[in-house]
Write a protein that binds this ligand. Structure first.
Ligand SMILES: Nc1ncnc2c1ncn2[C@@H]1O[C@H](COP(=O)(O)OP(=O)(O)OP(=O)(O)O)[C@@H](O)[C@H]1O
Ligand SMILES: [Mg+2]
Length: 392
């Protein structure tokens, strides 16, 4: 518990998901603003205005009541205990310019690791009133992230208070909810989002993959779908997957052609015909959606021209995809046919990029990642289904 007088210039609450960081930081923020001068500058920032509304403003309203907190998203302004509060999305290209001229007494920041360092520095330079403060929250990230390197690690030099939270600190959550939430994370994601640790994305991306997941056995398939990673100068991959009646994901067949390596480049038309042939050859009864690489618009058009339906641009949120797949492997929810040789080869070499890790970014190596990308697309296509399945 914070004692009187302990708030510093910068106050960052960091740790696992649902640990109460936003709740506690908003109580601090609301009381502090309510006790401050009425004519000072205040701002609340999240990555986007939409995430600010969803993660922060709604909770703040429920904490202090609608009489004490009103919001106009179109004006990007709110009133908190009568004090004017600007609202901003840090990822908005104009946001940095907008705050450039401000003089602020207080800033509330949600999920600071998602801000650019430039934006954060600019915000700090605007906190130029005597006694100005920043109150913010974040989940742990890469230990080389700028927020850790340049701020949290230097807390004693910067008049910065950090408080670390783990999910078990939040005793207000139902036990069952916490138990299910823990199942949604595995490996590095578990350490960060459940244990609240700043750990490196290191080694194999799917280190939890086990050889016994490669299996010939396939139960009755309820629905089929496909993931496509298209490359003109790289490999093109089609992956056929099915939802088994045992509620597992079965990777049933793969198509792989690397025009560059095999020195036989193919036109988009030829690839689209290969696709049709390949699906036909698999004798699929109910083909659901086809999730394609969202940058492959030309190939999408080519498939559509040949009458292929059910095409959907894939969600390409890499970390979110890796996170859910890791948890699915951990829970034994994925099986791969031994026919998918490139899949198995790739997964054993699919590693985090050490160069990116050194500069605080989590990225898998870009080499030999085409099957892994197609795989991620098709899992993300049924994201809600798999998330519920993990929590059950
Ligand atoms: N002191 C509290 N009293 C009552 N409910 C609380 C308290 N702290 C947290 N909660 C509830 O617990 C849930 C999670 O809290 P909160 O949103 O603050 O977590 P968080 O650490 O910000 O999570 P995330 O990292 O996912 O943003 C919320 O629904 C909130 O209402
Ligand atoms: Mg939060």
């Amino acid at each position: 518990m914070l004692k009187r007088g302990e708030l510093r210039r910068l106050n960052i609450l960091e740790g696992s998901v649902s640990s109460g960081k936003t709740w506690i930081s908003l109580v601090l923020w609301a009381l502090w603003v309510a006790c401050g001068p009425e004519d000072a500058g205040y701002i609340m920032v999240a990555k986007t205005i939409t995430s600010l509304r969803r993660n922060v403003l709604m909770l703040l309203e429920s904490l202090v009541g609608a009489r004490n907190f009103t919001v106009s998203l179109t004006q990007k302004e709110a009133r908190l205990f009568g004090r004017l509060v600007f609202l901003e999305g840090a990822s908005d290209a104009r946001a940095e310019n907008k705050i450039r001229g401000m003089t602020l007494r207080g800033a509330y920041c949600d999920e600071i690791t998602l801000f650019s360092e430039d934006f954060f520095n600019m915000l700090l330079s605007r906190l130029r009133v005597e006694g100005a403060k920043l109150i913010g929250t974040t989940n742990p990230d890469n230990p080389n992230h700028w927020l850790m390197e340049n701020y949290l690690k230097r807390a004693d030099k910067l008049d910065l208070l950090t408080v670390n939270f783990t999910i078990d600190d939040n005793t207000f959550l139902p036990r069952e909810y916490v138990k299910n939430l823990k199942k949604e994370f595995s490996g590095m994601f578990y350490e960060r989002f459940i244990l609240g640790k700043w750990v490196l994305a290191d080694g194999l991306v799917y280190g939890m993959f086990k050889p016994e997941y490669v299996s010939e056995e396939v139960p009755r398939i309820l629905e089929y779908y496909v993931g496509i990673d298209y490359g003109q100068s790289n490999a093109t991959v089609f992956l056929l997957a099915g939802l088994g009646e045992d509620e597992r994901l079965y990777i049933i067949d793969e198509y792989y052609h690397n025009g560059k390596k095999e020195q036989s480049p193919k036109s988009p038309y030829a690839y689209a015909n290969d696709f049709i042939e390949w699906v036909r050859g698999n004798d699929v009864s109910r083909l659901g959606c086809i999730y394609y690489d969202p940058s492959a618009l030309g190939f999408r058009a080519q498939l559509a021209e040949l009458g292929v339906g059910g095409l959907k641009a894939a969600n390409n949120d890499v970390l979110c995809g890796i996170q859910i797949i890791s948890a699915m492997f951990d829970k034994g929810l994925i099986r791969i046919s031994p026919r998918c040789k490139h899949f198995v080869d790739e997964i054993y070499g699919y590693a985090w990029d050490t160069k990116s890790a050194k500069v605080g970014k989590d990225k898998p190596c870009k080499e030999n990642d085409h099957v892994m990308d197609a795989f991620r697309y098709l899992v993300m296509g049924k994201f809600s289904y798999w998330k519920n399945r993990l929590g059950s």
